[in-house]
Design a binder for this molecule. Structure first.
Ligand code: FES
Length: 163
């Protein structure tokens, strides 16, 4: 893993926070580590196509998840929904280089949150379970509420990393 890219992304994570008028939101939690990522997406029309205008995230996750989420929000800007859906966890985390085996799920969690948001028809309908590989969690007013609910259900240990 490229430590320099990791440290850069952690020192200055991009697109952190909520989009209040987001078109879609997706949340995924990892039952293995108790970490969680939520992503918001706002679309716009450009040259007759609907493209991603802005993507943001919040993470109660490890440093790798935060770095991948930051990179992912930058990578998908300007892409269509279909183009973004085609991106794998490896592609989203490419600037970091290959992730060590114990960190692969961190990138997959970001991919899951992104896909959950892309597959949500609207922010209101995002509460429907999304077909993702990681464990989806219920939508809640705040990430903290969702995290608390998921943690209670799974009996998971929860790690909170301030960014
Ligand atoms: Fe759980 Fe990285 S997301 S250890």
């Amino acid at each position: 893993m490229n430590e320099e890219v990791l440290q850069d992304a952690l020192a200055n994570p991009q697109n952190v926070g909520e989009i209040p008028d987001a078109d879609a939101v997706g949340t995924v939690g990892s039952p293995d580590c108790g970490d969680m990522v939520r992503m918001w997406i706002k679309y716009k029309e450009q040259d007759g196509k609907k493209v991603i205008d802005k993507a943001t995230f919040q993470s109660f996750g490890c440093q790798t998840a935060i770095a991948v989420a930051s990179l992912a929000t930058q990578l998908i800007k300007g892409k269509t929904r279909e183009e973004a859906l085609d991106l794998s966890a490896e592609e989203l985390s490419k600037p970091l280089g290959p992730l060590p085996p114990m960190k692969i799920h961190c990138g997959q969690m970001v991919e899951g949150a992104l896909k959950a948001a892309l597959e949500a028809e609207s922010a209101e309908k995002a509460s429907a379970p999304a077909p993702i590989t990681s464990a989806p969690v219920e939508q809640a007013p705040t990430l903290h509420d969702a995290l608390a609910a998921a943690g209670k259900k799974q009996g998971a240990k929860i790690k909170i990393v301030k960014i």
